[in-house]
Design a protein around this ligand. Structure first.
Ligand code: HMG
Length: 445
């Protein structure tokens, strides 16, 4: 059976940059280290006034289709995953298809279009849908276009404001993929949670501290569930572990717990025993509280071991580089982490074909998903074609006052006339409102 996976990928960042330690922290009365050391974030990307989820998604998809030599007829399905949609009926994929039809010959009239919602995990779910559609042989030889796109803004003065971001990722899912092949095996951890939600409102209601614990709990369940079908996971089996990254500090916590879990009852636990003892087992304790204290002490000691640190530096840290520079892009975040990790391998000249990734997606509300990906022969060409470093370097640097204006410009409850900070160039831009309240777009040459 031919493999199915991600054949190509492109990233589009919002064109404005807010420096967190230098600009945001002083204005909020925070220490810069809360951002650089605690959350692990240096900057956020923001959309300019003519950018939104449609322009960012269409720009990423346009570049990807051009680079891969794809025409609309080659695409049988367009799924958009977002939690920033502005229309309860007409899916964002129709707006993006409309944009693309302005610049390509042909149309997407026979492509199945939809929109996926489950907080940040929806992008991975759209890849899943595409995978199943191809595997069921309903695709007529065509590929699927999966686009994740979000303006991840929080209300002013919400603690989440520190983790904002905006951008899009476009991916082609196809047979015999050039970048990574997806495993059939998956694990899920899913429960009805009230940690982050947007009931008929633009900005989320968030219980930040609780959301961190829910992320860790669901991710752990997904890992255990994955092992039921995929077999035992060994720490050294995976070259990279791209995880959903709302901020790098979150992944730092998740990686430590994952490492503790996958090294239990292994040679690694035995080797570390002389230095930090063995992992506490619940059966050895009279009550849960003492067991949890012992587990927490073991985990703190594990974090300081050379063995753990070198695993973290090799497997996790490379996946966080782009996130540090852009913030949380919700549905895009795990896909940005994958690119970040692969980009680092390419920069080091590593021969990575055949190596595997343990991919952990997560969406509040809440659901985690774990699957495995295998790096393909042509991966290097795909990663070398990205221009994300140039895009990041070209962003307009916001002052705090300008940040306040941009936030107002994107706030549906504010009527703020804010001039654009950059000039659109060979890209889609928002072009005002139509007679039925629809958003209109044009390609600016
Ligand atoms: P906060 O109250 O602003 O920050 O909330 P804090 O005081 O907890 O500080 C953050 C970290 O910086 C802490 O590290 C501090 O110790 C450290 P920790 O103890 O947790 O390891 N710190 C410092 N370190 C060094 N020097 C200093 C210093 N000061 C502080 N001077 C919070 C942080 C993440 C809760 C907030 O930003 C928030 O609510 N964010 C939004 C929710 C979120 O991102 N949750 C993550 C899990 S849920 C998820 O990932 C889903 C999501 O993507 C949505 C979706 O699925 O759709 C959000």
């Amino acid at each position: 059976m031919t493999g199915v996976g991600i054949d190509g990928i492109e990233i589009h960042t919002g064109k404005l940059r807010l420096d967190l330690p230098e600009t945001f922290a002083p204005a909020m009365g925070d220490s810069p280290e809360k951002y650089t050391k605690g959350l692990g974030l240096h900057a956020s990307s923001f959309p300019d006034t003519y950018e939104d989820i449609v322009t960012m998604g269409a720009n990423a998809a346009h570049r990807l289709m051009r680079r891969k030599g794809l025409e609309p007829d080659d695409i049988g399905r367009i799924d958009v995953a977002t939690e920033s949609a502005f229309d309860h009926s007409k899916p964002v994929s129709t707006y993006i298809a409309g944009c693309l039809e302005d610049v390509f010959e042909g149309d997407f009239h026979h492509a199945n279009k939809g929109e996926r919602k489950f907080a940040c995990v929806a992008g991975t779910q759209s890849i899943d849908d595409a995978y199943n559609w191809i595997r069921a042989d309903r695709h007529r030889g065509r590929a699927a276009l999966v686009i994740t796109t979000d303006t991840a803004l929080y209300a002013r003065d919400d603690p989440g404001e520190a983790t904002q971001g905006a951008g899009a990722v476009a991916m082609v899912i196809d047979e015999d993929p050039d970048l990574v092949e997806l495993s059939t095996e998956q694990g899920y951890g899913s429960a009805d949670e009230t940690d982050f939600l947007k009931p008929q409102q633009q900005f989320p209601s968030v219980d930040g501290k609780r959301s961190v614990n829910v992320y860790l709990a669901r991710m752990r369940e997904a890992l255990v569930d994955y092992q039921r079908v995929g077999g035992t996971i060994h720490a050294e089996d995976f070259r990279l572990g791209p995880f959903h990254t709302p901020f790098p500090g979150m992944v730092r916590k998740a990686a430590l717990l994952a490492y503790r879990h996958i090294t239990r009852d292994t040679d690694i636990e035995d080797e570390l025993a002389a230095e930090i003892g063995r992992q506490p087992r619940s059966e050895a304790f009279d009550d849960d509280e003492t067991y949890r204290e012992a587990l927490s002490e073991y985990t703190d000691a594990l974090k300081e071991t050379e063995r753990y640190r070198s695993w973290y530096d090799r497997t996790i840290d490379p996946t966080l580089d782009i996130s540090r520079r852009v913030g949380n892009w919700y549905t895009c975040s795990v896909h940005v982490a994958r690119v970040s990790g692969l980009k680092s391998l390419a920069e080091d000249g590593e021969d990575a074909a055949g190596k595997r990734l343990l991919v952990g997606s997560y969406g509040s509300g809440a659901q985690a998903e774990i699957h495995v990906e295998t790096i393909q022969e042509n991966w290097r060409e795909e990663i070398d074609a990205l221009n994300i470093d140039e895009q990041l370097a070209d962003r307009y640097e916001l002052t705090f006052a300008e940040y306040e204006d941009v936030h107002d410009a994107h706030n549906h409850d504010e009527d703020a006339a804010v001039e654009e900070f950059t000039t659109p160039d060979s890209e889609f831009a928002f072009d005002g409102w139509g007679r039925m309240g629809e958003r209109k777009y044009r390609f600016v040459e």
